[in-house]
Write a protein that binds this ligand. Structure first.
Ligand code: G6P
Length: 439
């Protein structure tokens, strides 16, 4: 059996990931679960409840919560990394500063995503280095955001490390596709996809007999986006996801031969997204007032009661991809998964040094990307602009360069002019003091 450490133990997502691991012990047997966070106080709000969840499911599993990297990373097989450098208060600034200037305010797309990227690179690299020092054979399954910039930093700065960059967004989309097409599970369908993280397109969705269902899917999306006929906002506990699912209608109309990743809304319709945002109450506020209060409150209740009986915490179904990936590595399952990997010729007419999100076959030696072939001009143009933005942020980090960061902001499709880019950047520099390298 295996030992795992969750880096970013204090995340609001941690308890549901724990429940997901505990629900999958038959596939991925565990002898030890560790939580690691550099903010012991925050992690301490969750740890007592996590301990109870584990004990009640399987008392033989050792549980450790620590702020000491040596304890965290010694003798582990998998590190599940979902760190958030600067936590939710910094996310709030990433969202609100661009919105002040009428620009998209989002945690991974637009200037806020670039700011978050520059903050995250050192944190992710630090965790990779701990892992290599204390458990050189460990795999890091990294879904820390912003995944595209983080992945580019891994490619450049730690090219030989056992890090696999993966995102849950495609899983969420594939769940919607299965629902639209009348299948029980996304796993019954076979997909072809290409793009960057939070920036890609499905080119094929096949049923188990090999029939192509993409035209049917796109036909639905043109009418309803990824919502179901007759559905309204009230059917969604999270209204942001309803808006996003609906917006797919507009995105797909730009190229009805593919099913797009819904995050393209921020790049293709930034004006609509800004018009729809409240610059004084953003997603970070919703998460702090909603999920954070709910999860921390429920964890406090469990700790107080001494039992998790009747808990309202839910299994992170989406997070099952983490078990799929760990199982593929541990047991050589050769499962096909979308990963963020160096292109290296997989997309024939695209930069070989770009980090792209494409299907890969995963086994005990890691991943092997599938060959994608050539992609069309519209998608290639959008992707190349975005990849250069991401590379410029990594340049800014390596060279401590104000100019590279200004170029990144200016090049981003979400930013209308270099004037605006400079104003936003100058404010973000002040906000990120102590996190960013000195530019
Ligand atoms: C999706 C994306 C993640 C992102 C998350 C944000 O799952 O794939 O990259 O972190 O949404 O969710 P939140 O509820 O925190 O806004």
């Amino acid at each position: 059996s295996f030992s795992v450490v969750i880096a970013g133990g204090g995340s609001t997502y941690t308890p549901e990931i724990i429940l997901m691991l505990l629900a999958n012990l038959d596939r991925l047997p565990l002898c030890c679960i560790k939580l690691y966070d550099n903010d012991g106080e925050r992690q301490g709000l969750l740890a007592p409840a996590v301990k109870i969840l584990i004990e009640e499911r399987d008392p033989s599993i050792e549980f450790v919560a620590t702020t000491d990297p040596e304890i965290a990373y010694t003798d582990v097989d998998f590190c599940l990394a979902h760190i958030r450098v600067g936590k939710l208060p910094m996310r709030e600034l990433d969202e609100k500063i661009p919105l002040k200037y009428g620009v998209v305010g989002q945690e991974t797309c637009g200037p806020g995503g670039l700011a978050y990227g520059l903050r995250s690179i050192p944190g992710v690299i630090e965790n990779i280095d701990y892992m290599e020092k204390y458990s050189p054979n460990c795999w890091m399954l990294n879904y820390s955001n912003p995944a595209a910039i983080v992945a580019e930093a891994c490619r450049r700065l730690r090219p030989n490390s056992r890090v696999i960059n993966i995102c849950d967004m495609p899983i969420g989309l594939e769940d919607s596709f299965a629902r639209i097409l009348g299948f029980q599970s996304r796993k019954q369908l076979d997909y072809r996809y290409f793009g960057l993280n939070h920036f890609g397109w499905y080119t094929s969705v096949k049923d188990p007999e090999g029939n192509e269902l993409l035209p049917k899917l796109v036909g639905h999306e043109l009418k309803y986006g990824n919502t179901m006929p007759g559905e309204s906002m009230d059917d969604y506990t999270d209204h942001t996801w309803y808006d996003t699912a609906l917006k797919v209608k507009d995105i797909v109309s730009l190229d009805p031969s593919m099913a797009p990743n819904s995050y393209l809304q921020y790049y293709l319709f930034p004006d609509d997204m800004v018009a729809h945002s409240d610059p004084h109450y953003t997603r970070a506020n919703m998460v702090m007032d909603g999920r954070e209060k709910r999860v921390f409150g429920e964890c406090a209740r469990i700790a107080e009661a001494g039992t998790a009986a009747g808990t309202t915490l839910k299994i992170g179904i989406h997070a099952e991809f983490i078990v799929d990936l760990a199982t593929a590595l541990a047991f050589n399952t050769h499962e096909r998964m979308l990963l963020i990997v160096p292109n290296n010729g997989a997309i024939e007419n695209f930069d070989p040094e770009a980090m792209v999100e494409i299907p890969c076959v995963v086994g005990k030696d890691g991943y092997e990307p599938l060959s994608i072939g050539k992609i069309p001009t519209f998608q290639k143009g959008l992707m190349y602009e975005q990849v250069c933005v991401e590379k410029l942020v990594a340049d800014a980090y390596e060279q401590h360069s104000y100019l590279k960061m200004l170029q990144a902001m200016t090049l981003s499709k979400t930013v209308p002019s270099a004037n605006v880019a400079k104003k936003i950047l100058d404010e973000l520099i002040v906000a990120n003091e102590g996190y960013w390298p000195e530019l």
